[in-house]
Design a protein around this ligand. Structure first.
Ligand SMILES: Nc1ncnc2c1ncn2[C@@H]1O[C@H](COP(=O)(O)OP(=O)(O)OP(=O)(O)O)[C@@H](O)[C@H]1O
Ligand SMILES: [Mg+2]
Length: 495
């Protein structure tokens, strides 16, 4: 049995945890939920020896243990799959999976045996088709996440911590992971599971602990608490309306048109976005949604086809072209593409503004400090971002980093906004804030392209939905006349 008692942790002025206690038993999946910044990752990092608590203790099998560092915690059998990726991008899949646990003969690493051991771990995990000798940087985000999980399980831990493991996995990959977790439960391991997808909690977990502002708001069996009550514990109030209604409707005027676009991963995709319209892009993750978003925003050029903005053909060779044309982009992988992690929240929020001025003024634009401060304060309030504006973005919680990444582009005055899975890793109530921001854009007559891996979001937020599969648009739905079953069926039957 694992007991965390009265754990407290402060980061300068931030109280991340305030006397948090938690008990987890072998053979149980214990879920940890809470809003962005509520202290989930911090608590798990303390258990994994990443940093020490200021106060409180950890007991394992009735003995007080000190997780002085990561290696020590590993000796006690603690394994963690971090929310942020922790792989070595230039090393192979096999090397990453077996990092620190290589098979050695004498003093020399036996590469062949290590490779075989990695293969064995992946096989046990049920993962097929991972290029085991390729450098990890060549893999997709989902594949990297699988490597991350394999790396944790290779150490044969008895306590396994998953910090939002499904954030970049496809539905099928998530199923695979759930099977693995159920197996870990049967093997009598202690599983701690963090997720913002409450359906997953109900599907997987035996117990759930809710953190709110660094304290425990609820802890007990999952069966004792329904969805609405769980959210109430997280937020401290009832949320009735998860999908806020919109005032306006799509207009006749066409803002953005794409005609028979081809690019790597895209096969003759056409679409139209009207003023005031939210166009959803769905389908199985990895069907070309990101390629489409990137072509529409100049991140990758189209090899064929035409893009028109307000009837005029535009050439998008890079992001600056797109910004100058009036197209803003919230990328999917915010950690690598979205943010300058060592710069402050204020600077990050203002950067797109600066890029915009540069793009419009041929490289001589600038932003005054006062303006930057005002801009940052506005966006921060609008998306209720938690954290210090003057501190590096790296010190924010995972979800709050994502909010910064979304806010900064939403704050630009563009005609068309392309958002790639903007609520990934974001807590339930902050999602509502982002939905409201998206609705406001549409109501102001902007065009919105919303790529989402979450069907309820597409159905409730969008006017129209395009379903993609293998780089093509295979179906189109009017959201109002479509049920979740119909959308799911279309997505499934496309495969
Ligand atoms: N290294 C750090 N330096 C300074 N502050 C930090 C650091 N790590 C976390 N914090 C702060 O501690 C608080 C809790 O963060 P934590 O990462 O534990 O939240 P979380 O519940 O995991 O949120 P999310 O759902 O967004 O991942 C936040 O206010 C965060 O800004
Ligand atoms: Mg976290």
């Amino acid at each position: 049995m694992l007991i965390l008692s009265e754990i407290s942790k402060r980061f300068e002025n931030t109280v991340a945890l305030d006397r948090v206690s938690l008990e987890a038993r072998p053979g149980e999946v214990h879920a940890l939920v809470g809003q962005n910044g509520s202290g989930k990752s911090t608590l798990m990092k303390i258990l994994a020896g990443v940093f020490p608590p200021d106060h409180g203790e950890i007991q394992l099998d009735g003995r007080v243990v000190r997780m002085t560092d990561v290696a020590r915690a590993e000796q006690f059998g603690v394994g963690i799959v971090y929310q942020e990726l922790s792989l070595f991008p230039h090393l192979s899949v096999a090397a990453n999976v077996m990092m620190g646990h290589e098979v050695v003969r004498g003093r020399i690493i036996d590469r062949a045996a290590t490779r075989r051991a990695a293969e064995e771990v992946l096989r046990r995990l049920g993962v097929r088709g991972l290029p085991i000798d390729s450098p990890v940087r060549a893999l997709t985000a989902a594949q990297q996440q699988l490597v991350e999980i394999a790396k944790c399980l290779a150490k044969r831990p008895r306590i396994v911590i998953f910090d939002e493991p499904t954030a970049s996995l496809t539905a099928a990959e998530s199923r695979l992971l759930f099977d693995v977790i159920r197996q870990l439960r049967r093997d009598d391991l202690i599983v701690l599971y963090i997720s913002h997808h409450l359906e997953e909690i109900y599907e997987l977990a035996d117990r759930v602990t809710v953190l709110r502002d660094g304290t425990v708001a609820y802890s007990g069996p999952v069966t004792d608490v329904d969805h609405v009550t769980l959210v109430q514990h997280m937020v401290g109030r009832r949320i009735e309306q998860f999908y806020p209604r919109r005032a306006g409707a799509p207009q006749a005027a066409v803002l953005l048109e794409a005609d028979a676009i081809r690019a790597p991963g895209l096969d003759a995709v056409s679409l139209t976005v009207h003023a005031g319209e939210i166009l959803g892009i769905g389908g199985p993750v990895g069907s070309g949604q990101t390629a489409l978003a990137e072509v529409l925003t100049g991140v990758r050029p189209a090899t064929q086809g035409e893009i028109r903005l307000k009837g005029r053909t535009v050439r998008l060779r890079d992001v600056a072209d797109a910004i100058a044309a009036g197209i803003a982009y919230v990328p999917e992988d915010r950690r690598t593409e979205g943010l300058a992690l060592n710069l402050s929240m204020r600077t990050n929020l203002a950067l797109p503004l600066l890029i915009h001025r540069h793009a419009m003024a041929n490289g001589v634009g600038f932003v005054r400090r006062r303006e930057e401060q005002g801009h940052a304060a506005l966006l921060r309030t609008r998306l209720k971002i938690k954290g210090d504006v003057d501190r590096p973005v790296a010190t924010l919680s995972g979800g709050n980093q994502q909010k910064v990444a979304v806010a900064r582009w939403v704050g630009l005055d563009a005609d068309v906004y392309v958002l790639n899975d903007p609520t990934k890793g974001i807590d339930v109530s902050s999602k509502v804030d982002i939905y409201e921001a998206i609705n406001q854009l549409a109501d102001a007559g902007k065009g919105v392209v919303l790529v989402s891996s979450y069907n309820p979001e597409l159905l409730n937020l969008c006017d129209r939905i395009l379903v993609m599969y293998r780089g093509r648009v295979v179906r189109e739905f009017m959201a109002r006349d479509t049920t979740e079953e119909q959308l799911l069926l279309a997505t499934a039957s496309a495969q």
